[in-house]
Design a protein around this ligand. Structure first.
Ligand SMILES: [Mg+2]
Length: 298
């Protein structure tokens, strides 16, 4: 785990660096409060921080306050490092937003276990975030998480003036699977499809479970023709799907219909891009299912 150390004394920098490294942490060093704020506000920045109180320009208290005002970052666990050991000072530190404090010169074991506490909180937050963002059955992004990610990808690809495509997938006659084989088998089919799609897609593509038997896939950097080819691979790929009913393997020949859209003049945000893909998907259904339709081609 990465730990940010904000410390202006060379001596304490070295001591903390060596100690934390020996416990297996990766240290991100900041020489002052300004550097600390920069490094902590990075998207992939440390989530655990040891902040010296007394530093020039921006001190540790201000770092704590500023971090707590940030909104676009997950929780950061802040340990304030201080020589100010009076009750009033401790209260001021906690009031500024520190989670914990350590008094200099510090006891190694105390630091070790206070860091462990922080690590537990951060891991817990990760788990909660994970639960909030994923569909429990398939492990894919849930609808809301997918939309959020799609929105930021659309903004990014529009800035880069590059293309991005979307595939909407709806399993054909899925109700029959549930009716004929039961919901447990239905669930196995959904899990199997999710796994099959994940194995075919590239690692920077992402998939969401959009609704009951509906999936949605974002293909960054891909134009409509290539997106259609990828959808075709997914359509063929899922024909091999085998699910287990109790101990007996079942080949159910589940098919799906695919609608594909790409960023362009009439598809420029989440709403219009999904609407275009949805319309194409509807055309695929009316043309007899088990096929791919591109939003340009109808
Ligand atoms: Mg200092």
């Amino acid at each position: 785990m990465k730990v940010l150390v904000a410390e202006d004394s060379r001596y304490y920098q070295k001591v903390l660096q060596d100690t934390l490294n020996s416990w297996g942490y990766t240290v991100v060093m900041a020489n002052n409060g300004i550097e600390a704020l920069e490094k902590l506000s990075e998207e992939d920045g440390p989530k655990l921080a040891i902040i010296d109180w007394v530093m020039p320009h921006v001190d540790g208290l201000e770092v704590c306050q500023k971090i707590r005002e940030m909104v676009n970052r997950g929780y950061i666990y802040l340990i304030l490092l201080t020589v100010n050991a009076s009750k009033e000072d401790v209260v001021r530190g906690l009031e500024a937003g520190a989670d914990d404090y350590i008094i200099k010169p510090f006891n190694e074991m105390e630091l070790k276990f206070r860091l462990k506490t922080g690590e537990r909180i951060i891991n817990l937050e990760d788990q909660i975030m994970q639960l909030a963002l994923t569909d429990p059955l398939t492990g894919l992004l849930n609808r809301r998480a997918f939309i959020d990610r799609l929105e930021s990808e659309i903004n990014r690809y529009q800035r880069l003036e590059e293309s991005l495509s979307l595939i909407m997938v709806d399993l054909d006659d899925f109700k029959k699977v549930n009716d004929n084989y039961g919901h447990l088998v239905g669930d196995e089919v959904l899990k199997g499809v999710a796994k099959c799609f994940s194995s075919i897609l590239r690692k920077y593509d992402f998939i969401g479970r959009y609704g009951g038997e509906e999936f949605v896939i974002c293909l960054p950097g891909v134009k409509i023709k290539q997106a259609g080819e990828i959808a075709e691979r997914l359509r063929i790929g899922m024909k091999e799907l085998i699910v287990n009913k109790e101990t007996e393997p079942l080949k159910l020949n589940v098919t799906a219909s695919f609608g594909v859209s790409t960023l362009g003049e009439d598809a420029f945000n989440v709403h219009t891009l999904t609407k275009k893909a949805d319309e194409a998907l509807y055309v695929a259904k009316t043309r007899g299912k088990d096929q791919v339709v591109l939003s340009e081609n109808y």
